[in-house]
Every structure is written in structure tokens, then in C-alpha cells.
Design a protein around this ligand. Structure first.
Ligand SMILES: *Cc1c(COP(=O)(O)O)cnc(C)c1O
Length: 338
């Protein structure tokens, strides 16, 4: 019996894919790098394997692609991070499709007679050719990536730069640029969209035009309840002192599970549709909440994430992005499809 569970609402994830397809009219390259953003690839991959709107999976490395094959994935797998010499066997054995981002990748791949995609850097300053290149071999697709999808002006310059490149390679069937936030530009010259976050139920921007439903729940058990008098210090460093008689609940979830210490005295958790504030410092395995006036008991579930408080909400409080918090949910947190 696990004390902390990340629940994956399978039906919602399927619906998010359908809604992305409905809005864009484009098949999805489902980005499942880094253990499906920390959610758990063993749970996410079989689910998406059975969603018609998902045509490809995308991972960071050949090793991650091999994991997908071991799980039983048969759809196409794109390796966003390209391929190194020592990874070619893994690539071939698992029928993975590398993304070629520089001449060194290209030299490795062009004689293998396998399909590959080519990436162009239009302002991301990471992977990709910055100039059009003469390409031979089995180019299946070309792609680019937004660096700042919330900046319309800069993104439009990236779009124009990529559009010119696409026009120079007329005969290529698969063209992709939009990520979750980039979807708002609804480009008319791409054939696929490359989506992670939105599939998992997190809206990348406010006023997102696509119907995306929260699909993850993170909960942990209360392992102890007690009453403390006024003026009593809470947790390491005594950063919180009770302001009156206080009932506290100790929740089995701490920074080792992925709840950053910087959220101490800021975050609220939820129990029975009530908010309960985190008081004092978050510790490695435990977090303390003020449950005064509730009937919360030992063994009750407290929610860290649910449809009222998504990873995106929490990330704003922590001064980071939802991706980082999701990727840091530790392996001791049980994953469950519901
Ligand atoms: C991670 C990643 C994506 C997916 O981004 P989301 O914001 O999660 O949709 C798309 N393209 C590339 C190149 C990526 O690295």
C-alpha cells in the first residue's frame, strides 16, 4: 500500500488527444521523453498506442526508444536528440527514426538506409541546422522548434524562416513545428504537431483555445494528526509559529517525492474540497498542513494536484514550469491508471 499516488485519468488523456486533433486537423507526434515527463512511460505508452490520432512517439535518446519497444509500442518512434556513433545498434535494432541536427548526425545516418527527420534551428539556439543543407537519403520529415511560443513577434519570425526552408524541400511529406504552446499559431504548412504537456492535461498558456482537461491527480496520506497550542513552532528552522490552537496533519510527501522546499509556507493542499495550507518547511518525506476546523484523520488522502490545482498552478508558486515539477516526482510515488 503506497502512501503517495499519481493517478493518470486515461479517458481524459485520450480526450485531450482527440481535441488537439479536432482543433489542428493534424496527426500527433506524442512527446514521451523522460519517462513521459515523469508520469511513467509504462502507463502512458500503452494508452497512447491505442489512440488513433497519435501517429508517432517522440523520445530524447535511442535508449528511451528501446524502452518504448520493450513495452510493446509498434508505432513510429522519433528520436529528438539524434544519434551518436555508439547508439546506432540500438537505433537499428528498435527501428527508431533519428532526427538529424548537424553534419555529424547526417554522416552517421545517411548511409543506413533508414528514414530520418531533419531539424532546422530557426531561433531556438539548441539543435538543428541554421542554414538550408543539401540532403540526400531517406528524409521522411523536417522540423523546427519554437523557443518562446508566448512571444508572437519572435515566433512569427521563426515561422517565416521555417516556411522558407520547407518551400525549398517541396517533396517532403512530414513537416512539424508546433509544440503544446506553439499550437496557438495553427500553421498552414505543417502536417503534424509535436505535443507533450497538453496531452497530459496541462494548459501551456492561459486562454488556450483547445479544450484540455486536467488528467493527473497527485495525492498522499496523512500519517499523523495532532493539536498544538498557540505559539508552537512548526518543522525545521521554525519558519512558522502557530497563531492559535492548531490542528496539524503530517502528509507523507516531501521534497524527496518532488515537492520543492521553496513551496514551504506558500502552497495549499486540498482535502474534501477544502484548502489546507502548508505550514513550516517541507521536509524530505513529510509536509505539515494546517487542518484546524476539519475532521481530517490519520489515513485520509490529501491532494497536492487535482483539477482545481494543476502542476501549472504549483509551478507558478515555485517560480518554475510544470515540466520541471512533473519530471521530479520520485519513483517511490505509485503510478496508477484510473
Ligand atoms: C519536449 C519537446 C516538445 C513537446 O513540448 P510540449 O511543450 O510538452 O508540447 C516538442 N518538441 C521538442 C523538440 C521537444 O523537445
Amino acid at each position: 500500500m503506497s502512501r503517495a499516488v499519481l493517478e493518470i485519468i486515461g479517458e481524459r488523456i485520450r480526450e485531450n488527444c482527440k481535441n488537439i486533433f479536432k482543433y489542428t486537423g493534424k496527426k500527433i507526434i506524442a512527446v514521451v521523453k523522460s519517462d513521459a515527463y515523469g508520469i511513467g512511460i509504462r502507463y502512458i505508452a500503452p494508452l497512447l498506442e491505442n489512440v488513433d490520432e497519435v501517429e508517432y512517439f517522440a523520445v530524447a535518446s535511442p535508449d528511451e526508444g528501446a524502452v518504448l519497444r520493450n513495452i510493446g509500442v509498434r508505432k513510429k518512434i522519433l528520436v529528438l536528440g539524434g544519434v551518436l556513433k555508439e547508439e546506432i545498434d540500438t537505433l537499428l535494432e528498435n527501428s527508431l527514426i533519428p532526427v538529424v541536427s548537424d553534419m555529424s548526425h547526417y554522416k552517421l545516418v545517411k548511409d543506413l538506409k533508414i528514414p530520418f527527420h531533419v531539424k532546422f534551428d530557426t531561433g531556438m539556439g539548441r539543435l538543428g541546422f541554421t542554414e538550408p543543407v543539401k540532403l540526400e537519403g531517406t528524409v521522411e520529415g523536417i522540423m523546427s522548434h519554437f523557443s518562446t511560443p508566448t512571444d508572437r513577434c519572435f515566433s512569427m519570425a521563426q515561422v517565416e524562416a521555417f516556411k522558407k526552408i520547407v518551400e525549398a524541400y517541396k517533396d517532403i511529406g512530414v513537416v512539424h513545428m508546433e509544440s503544446s504552446a506553439g499550437l496557438i499559431y495553427n500553421l498552414d504548412f505543417t502536417t503534424h504537431v509535436r505535443i507533450g504537456l497538453a496531452i497530459y492535461g496541462e494548459k501551456p498558456v492561459r486562454d488556450y483555445p483547445i479544450n484540455i482537461k486536467p488528467s493527473l491527480t497527485l495525492k498522499a496520506k496523512v500519517i499523523s494528526v495532532k493539536e498544538l497550542p498557540s505559539g508552537y513552532p512548526i518543522s525545521y528552522g521554525r519558519t512558522y509559529i502557530t497563531r492559535g490552537p492548531t490542528k496539524i496533519g503530517v502528509v507523507a510527501f516531501g521534497y524527496a517525492d518532488g515537492l520543492m522546499k521553496s513551496l514551504s509556507n506558500k502552497l495549499k493542499l486540498m482535502v474534501k474540497s477544502k484548502n489546507v495550507p502548508v505550514i513550516g518547511n517541507i521536509t524530505m518525506d513529510m509536509t505539515i498542513v494546517d487542518i484546524t476546523g476539519t475532521d481530517v484523520k490519520e489515513g485520509d488522502w490529501i491532494y497536492i494536484v487535482n483539477e482545481h490545482q494543476t502542476f501549472s498552478h504549483i509551478s507558478k508558486l515555485a517560480g518554475t514550469i510544470p515540466y520541471e515539477i512533473m519530471c521530479n516526482i520520485s519513483s517511490r510515488v505509485e503510478r496508477k491508471i484510473v
